[in-house]
Structure formats: structure tokens, C-alpha cells
Design a protein around this ligand. Sequence first.
Ligand code: GCU
Length: 436
Amino acid sequence: MSVSCRLLIVLLFARVVVAAEPNEVPPPIYDEDAIPHFVLPEVLVCDDGSKVKTADDWTSKRRPELLQLFADEMFGNVPRAAQNLVVTSKVVEEGEVMAGKAVRRQVELLVSRKDGKGQLVLGLLMYIPKSDKPVPAFIGLNFKGNQTIANDAKIHLNPGWVRPSNDGTVVDNKATEASRGTASSRWPVELIVSRGYAVGTMYYGDIDPDFDDGFENGIQGLVKGDSERKLTGNEWGSIAGWAWGLSRILDYLETDEQIDAKHVGVVGHSRLGKTSLWAGASDERFAFVVSNDSGCGGAALSRRRYGESVHRINTAFPHWFCDNYVKYNSNEGAMAFDQHELIALIAPRPVYVASATDDQWADPHGEYLSCYFADPVYRLLGTNGLGGEAPILAPPGPDDPRAIGQIGYHLRTGKHDITEYDWTQYLNFADRHFAK
Ligand code: GCU
């Protein structure tokens, strides 16, 4: 089916235009019939109107212009000054776990300014299956500190600022002992290791604490130093900072002999799923990318305005994207891009998008449609896209991971979360692509 024909079908889904006052965040749409009319930018048409006909057209022209567009208008560019940072690593703890079947390794990545005016300590925690050859790995950031991912007293308790929580796991914005293992259902470490993969994680707040502080803290503050200057409209927001941190983890893994750094996937849930997509798009060393319930600003098409909208996300989380992105508040039609093109930037590498039935805020249907509209790029690059002869417009039903080609997709029954079911699909997907 041609791209224009697919666009037409989407237009048929969309009937009513929603109007709102310019500065007022419109209420979320939860009705397919209420989605505004929209026309998606064509992924295989360049800015100058020329058509992308070959893999080379994509690689040499369309992909670079799209990548720059997402950097300038949405996530923000990493300032050149970040190249002057010096990153060193130190293994600070190591021990056998899982009855000798795996190793736990804790590494500090020390990020320093060359002028000595400040540094950040990023704590990486890894579980690595014992093997006589380097193993593939999943890496991803976590929300509340490495100590939350497993009930393992040896994991260092994160000393930094953590988002508040009233269940005793965080007091005065500091993680407590009670936080140990509280996110273990999201990190089935034993399962991952038993399947032959290493898993590495870092607290996202080590890279940039997740609050709007005018970028005084975290990586943006470190790069800016004591200059009074505000970030410009196309400089990095927090998501780009977190993605930068994921790339530094990969730099480190390239030096770790137990890791097969050519087979490292990046995984993330929710805001960290938005982050894994941007990390995978902006750093082609990531061998595969997983977006779990990433929603608005992640895998979901922005023009649908279903659930969370651009206007709402920029209002609630003004530090996540660059300032230029605010132009698109209730004005998505002015974007020269949409989120299917973020998925396409990962092509031809495997990408997996997952949604959950009760997570309407993240627009499961819109997440699937991004995969669908990225499919032509995957096929142009010689892969089977969403699988089959041609992609299917209707999303698969719950718990039916059948839309699996170089792009994978499933809709899990249940709430906004990342579960063992999700991880099992990601492991199967990685196995398939790494031909194990
Ligand atoms: C909020 C936000 C989402 C985000 C989620 C999360 O719900 O609106 O965009 O994905 O938090 O990261 O948990």
C-alpha cells in the first residue's frame, strides 16, 4: 500500500477538529472520533520535496536532515562544549551472584570538566552472566536509584536527589533503605541473565535530576559551568541529557571485555522510553531499541493529541524537551516531523514498541501507528519492517505479539508499567535478531 493511501486511511479515522485557547492546555482526547484531522509528514520525502528512492538517499540525505530536525525542534542538541568533558571509569564493587552464575559489577563513571570546575558521578550497576565469550546486553535508566532494581544489600544506595514518595522509600528527597528492591518487578534480572544477557542500569537523576531547575544541576549545569547564559532554544533538555548518559554507558561497555558491545540494546519505560528512542536515534551504536509505554514525545503520534498532548507535556514537564518544542503547543500541524519519523531514525536496526491496554494516556493506538508509518523506511533499507508482506493498519489485540519483524509491537493487558511479560517479548525479540 502506498504511503499516501495509508495517510488517507488515517484521515478517515480522524474527523473532528478540537479547538482550544492558545495558552490553555486542552483536555485530553480519549475518543478516536474526536481526533483532529491531520496529515503526517511523509517520511520518504525530503525537505526540498525530492523523494527518497534508495537506501543511499535515506542514509546520506533524509536521515541526517530528520535527525537534525528532531535535535533542533524537539529534544535539543548536545552543546559542543560537552565534547570537552572527560569521562573516566572505575569498578567500585564486584561480587558473584545467582549461585555463581553471574557477576554483579558496580562502576562509577566520573564526568569532569577540563577546567576542574565540577564533576558528576554516574553509578552504573550491571549483572553479567558468566560466559566464556562476551555477552549481549540490555541497558536502561531507572527512576529511583540502582538499589531499587533488586533486593540485593550490596547495591549502593543512591545518595542524590530523588522524586518524592510518601511510602517511606524517599525521605527529604533522599532514597532510604526501604527503597531496596521496590522496582524489582520492572527489572527481572534473573530472567534476563538466565537468557544469556547482561543488564546494566543507572539512576537517571545521576545524569540530570528530574525537575525544572533552569538546568543548574546535572549534566546541563556541568557543561554550562558558572556562565549566566540561559540555554538557547535548540539546546538539550533533560531527555537529551539522559540519552547522552546512555551513550556514556555504551562507551564504558566498549571497554568491558565481558560485554559484546556490538549487541547492546537500550530499553526504557515511559519518560525513559522516550529517552531510549532518542538515544537509539542519536547514537547508532545501539544495536536495538525498546520503547515501553513511552507515549507522547516517544512512540505516539503527536498529531493525534490522544491522551497526553504536546501542550500538556510541555506544561507539566518544561525541562524535558528544548524550548523550541513549545512552538508546537496545540499546534502540532506546524511540525515538520512526527513520531513515526523518530522510529524511522532507528532503521534498519531492530526496534520494539510496547503499549498497555490501561495506559490510554500514552495512546497505544498512536504508538502502533508510528511503527506502521515507519515501516516503509525499514523496507526500503532491506528489512521486513513490521513483518509480513505488508504492514497491517489495525493494531494487534491485547497480548498478541504478532506484529513482529524488524519492528516489533505488542499491547499488554494491564496498566502503565514494564513487567516480566514485556521483558519476555524483548528477550525473544533480541534472540531472534541475534540468531541465538
Ligand atoms: C507522566 C507523563 C508521561 C510520562 C510518565 C512517566 O505520566 O505525563 O509523559 O511518560 O509520567 O514517565 O512515568
